[in-house]
Design a protein around this ligand. Sequence first.
Ligand code: WTA
Length: 633
Amino acid sequence: MSDSENLKKIYHPSEEVVARARVKDYDAMYKESVENREAFWAREAEELEWYKKWDKVLDESNKPFYKWFVGGKTNIIHNALDRHLKTATRNKIALIWEGEPGDIKVYSYHALSREVSKFANVLRAMGVQKGEIVTIYMPQIPELIIAMLACAKIGAVHSVVYGGFSVEALAERIEDANSRVLITADGGWRRGKKVVLKKIANEAMKRSPTIEVCITVKRIDVEDCYMETDRDFWWHELMGMPIAGTSADTEVTDAEDPLFILYTSGTTGKPKGVVHTHGGYSVYTMSTFKYVFDIKPEDRWWCAADPGWITGHSYIVYAPLIMGATIMSYEGAPNHPYPNRWWSMVEKYGINILYTSPTAIRGLMRFGSSWVEKHNLSSLRLLGSVGEPINPEAWRWYYEVVGQSRCPIMDTWWQTETGGFMITPLPVTPLKPGSATKPFFGNEIAVVDEAGNEMKPGEEGTLVIRNPWPGMARTILNDPDRYIEKYWKAYEKQGWYLAGDSARVDEDGYFWIIGRIDDVLKVSGYRLGSAEIESALVSHPAVTEAAAIGLPDELRGNAIHAFVILKQKETPSKELKEELMQHVVDEIGPIARPQEIIFVDSLPKTRSGKIMRRVLKAQAMGQDPGDITTLED
Ligand code: WTA
């Protein structure tokens, strides 16, 4: 087949896939779900147990602050753990975890629930109250999941800060959440090395002094792990004390009570604390997971993301537990010690569904197919992709080599703010490589121009969601105005949600995501703001001003390029460049390290003083910068 024929090829699901699928007729069910949206969501919600049923499915009286399942009493832990203890699921494996050095831990639902109860008791003993925000900063170890679930169980709100973030990123998030309790670890393993976290946590606690209690898991046993008397406690010591017990009551929460805050990058330097709730989030993550990955009791599910991002929250932790699935989790790098690490684990644990990012796929594809082919991957039934557009070449490698042309790829488009999948195939959907295909049930999604007119097939426009859904973010912590401004202002008249992405819809109604329309970068699938990188750079004493842009990168999606104006007395040098790159790593984390730093004398700005990153980007890529009439000079 020629390349262009290849690109047009549609991949139809096999008879076997169709026979097994929960939903056979997407079109009919979709139509039903948008015509009777509230009835659809009420039916889904009825699959969960509620302490008290809701009075109203959707409350639209204070748009855009929608409320779902109003009057309902629940707790996500009741559905994720407690109810399973009443059935045979109690003895099922909830979590298989493998550390990078090869250590293994396995928890049944009963054991996981017991550990969660014990830690819930510890938190209660530390005075943690319902509604209080607890910050969690950990490597990918089971205790991270246990800590999240324990917070939820007592009605506290968790704020997980990705373990790859550094001092300033952590300090800023602790401060915004006004957290009194921090849960961390001495460190974790990455690429055969010990990564120390407690030192970063200590430094962050110096910068944001709200923390009174810090609980640390001993994972790597490091020497320079300073513990302050009366503030610092070891996890294992607390869990070994009588106060931990073996069982704990689950706090009854309102459907609309906050479950967690997750910080994500936006267009300003200050990260946004996106708020999700117990009720709607339970329903939405459960429903999307059930239909899209067609999850069945016998499945072993592996979402190879970090629990510190939304993908991990929704689809490592909550949705799989609600569905009573078996979760696989792995601590370290995909290619350590060799590029077959993932494939050996798929084989060893008999994984049925693998969900990961295009960057990870491209990264492993680089090593060639033989690393995959050595392993028996016949257990795989479905594959998934998330975080950035997947290029057709990587899609086909994933499909043909990893999935042996047997496993449909669920390319799921969604965001921290949406809580769960928004545009996604189902197993029965004919697939086009690179397209996230069609809206999930209940959602009317469109690509429009500035005035809100739908674009013609094939034309690029702005992606909007035209209706509320149960998994939607409720607000931004401490900043409801920003919530309105960022997501609801652009199409205020129509009442549509602005996703911040551009996209195309083709003749068959398939969605093709192009990328962000704001100053948000996707580096290896991780979300970062230009402004965060810029403020890290200007916090260095040699820098006056900085602009950061994302340029297309074959492996990572975006590569960060930064333009820096130095203070007058400073001279550009290779050493200074290296120092600035390291400074960004120290402040934000390794994922934010600029690939290139360019010293300049001035930056293109609008007359009102805003940096025109678009112009820098066009220049760097040798393209026409477009309309520059607002440029200052
Ligand atoms: C991008 C990650 C193309 C998109 C779950 C979105 C995608 C941003 C896809 C949200 C996909 C996510 N195809 N682009 N399948 N999934 N994106 O909040 O730009 O970390 O707006 O959530 O990732 O990133 P976030």
